[in-house]
Design a protein around this ligand. Structure first.
Ligand code: EPU
Length: 420
């Protein structure tokens, strides 16, 4: 397994560019299954989860080609409607093919994802929604089997709790259901809005994406389209924190500042100097001490759970005690124990972590437990004295495009050691 070796203590300086959003690319790729015509997607990040999704589309019979960030998917003849366990177990977002396959082919067989490092993460709300659209759902041998031989019918679906991929799955399914579907208590994440924009170009009739009520008038056929994926807001946030934690001066380019407002507000409160640099740039210039600022994760536009781990690394360097409350996932503090091994003072009680700082961190051997946890360990390693060895970096490869190369270009001393 590959590892990172990081020598801490360098201020990051320069310009760093954000890639397309992984969590937008994944539903956009799944949406390609809805049409027999080719779909062209630009700015698709070259990360492991995207490769897994491309593999899944290919197994369904789609023809897939990729050149740099440009991906072309042509799903004219689908030969399989199954998402097998060997793919789903490596990426839970595989369940995003459920809605499109049932809508286009009248059936789908998708493995249940099983356990996850950050929480139980069931897909019951996706299934309840599909049932409301008239699909028959059975669960057998670890697989979900969904059938709608006569097509899906529009309905009102009220999500018991906000789910991002659940909203996306149902948005895709409803695009080809007959009549009107209303999604209530829908996720408002920019990735949902981006998916709706792609679906619109494909001929879907969607209104209200980005608000909690989304209305879809189903159509019988969708066409091919070309679409550019939005910037990755979590990568953006990770770079903002990288600048703040190293006391650096970084221009984060090709981002959408509006998508990271909750983080920017907290960074500002903590004393990091963040300013807008044109319509798609953010500059962080931090001089002097950071002070602690409490955070509670929430659905968008609140503070993203996907930035909680990175923010926790930052708070180890801030004066005072920061309370970090995780409300989205029940087990998303695995990074805290690794940060403690590096010298952080973090106490966890249920869903709340109290981070006392500033503490001098020292390099240590640590293990990445999930994608965002890995990012937080890289950030902590950037300020730790000496060398940090981060094991299992395959987690970070799932969602960050060439992170070590990008960080190295702004001064970080980070290198990958390939597994023997
Ligand atoms: N939930 C249910 N039932 C469901 C669906 C969700 O109980 O059917 C619960 C979950 O267990 C969780 C909460 O609802 O406690 C919210 O989960 P959500 O469905 O919104 O998460 P997701 O769609 O599986 C996406 C991102 C995650 C991100 C979350 C929250 C993608 C591919 N994944 O997951 O991203 O943390 O939304 O914003 O979009 C990551 O990129 O590292 C990542 C984990």
């Amino acid at each position: 397994m590959d590892r990172y070796l990081v020598q801490g203590g360098v201020r990051l300086e320069g310009e760093i560019e954000v890639s397309g959003a992984k969590n937008s690319a994944l539903p956009a790729l799944a949406a390609c299954l809805l049409t027999a015509e080719p779909v062209l997607l630009n700015r698709v990040p070259r990360v492991r989860d995207v490769q897994t999704m491309l593999g899944l589309l290919a197994r369904c019979g789609a023809s897939v080609s990729q050149e740099g960030g440009c991906v072309r998917v042509a799903a004219s003849d689908l030969t399989s409607t199954e998402a097998p366990y060997d793919l789903v177990k490596t990426m839970r977002a595989s369940s995003l093919v459920l809605g499109p396959l049932v809508a286009r082919c009248g059936r789908a067989r998708v493995s249940l994802p099983g356990g996850c490092a950050i929480g139980a993460r069931p897909i019951n709300l996706h299934l309840a929604g599909l049932e409301r659209l008239g699909a028959r759902i059975r669960q057998e041998h670890g697989y979900i089997e969904a059938e709608a031989p006569n097509g899906l019918q529009g309905a009102t679906i009220h999500f018991d709790r906000i789910t991002v991929t659940g909203t996306e799955d149902l948005l895709m399914a409803a695009s080809m259901a007959s009549g009107e579907t209303v999604l209530e208590n829908a996720a408002r994440e920019p990735e949902v809005t981006d998916l709706a924009a792609l679906l619109g170009k494909m001929g879907a009739r969607v209104e209200g994406a980005g608000t909690s009520t989304v209305r879809i008038q189903g159509v019988s056929r969708l066409r091919g389209a070309e679409h550019t994926i939005i910037p990755d807001r979590i990568e953006t946030g990770t770079f903002l924190v990288a600048a703040a934690i190293t006391g650096g001066d970084l221009l984060v380019k090709r981002c959408d500042p509006g998508h990271v407002s909750a983080l920017v507000a907290k960074l500002t409160q903590a004393g990091a100097g963040v300013s807008e640099a044109g319509p798609d740039g953010l500059r962080v210039r931090t001089a002097g001490r950071l002070s602690s600022a409490d955070v509670t994760t929430e659905e968008y536009p609140g503070f993203a759970t996907d930035l909680q781990a990175q923010y926790m690394a930052l708070m180890t360097q801030a004066e005072g005690v920061a309370l970090i409350t995780e409300t989205i996932f029940e087990n998303r503090f695995m990074h805290a124990l690794e940060l403690v091994r590096m010298g952080a003072d973090i106490r966890i009680e249920g869903r709340r972590a109290a981070v006392a700082g500033p503490r001098k961190l020292g390099g240590a051997a640590v293990i990445a437990s999930d994608l965002r946890a890995s990012a937080s360990l890289v950030l902590a390693a950037l300020v730790a004295g000496g060398e940090t060895v981060i094991d299992r970096v395959y987690h970070i490869d799932r969602g960050y495009e060439e992170i070590e190369k990008k960080l190295r270009a702004v001064g970080a001393k980070i290198r990958r050691v390939k597994a023997a």
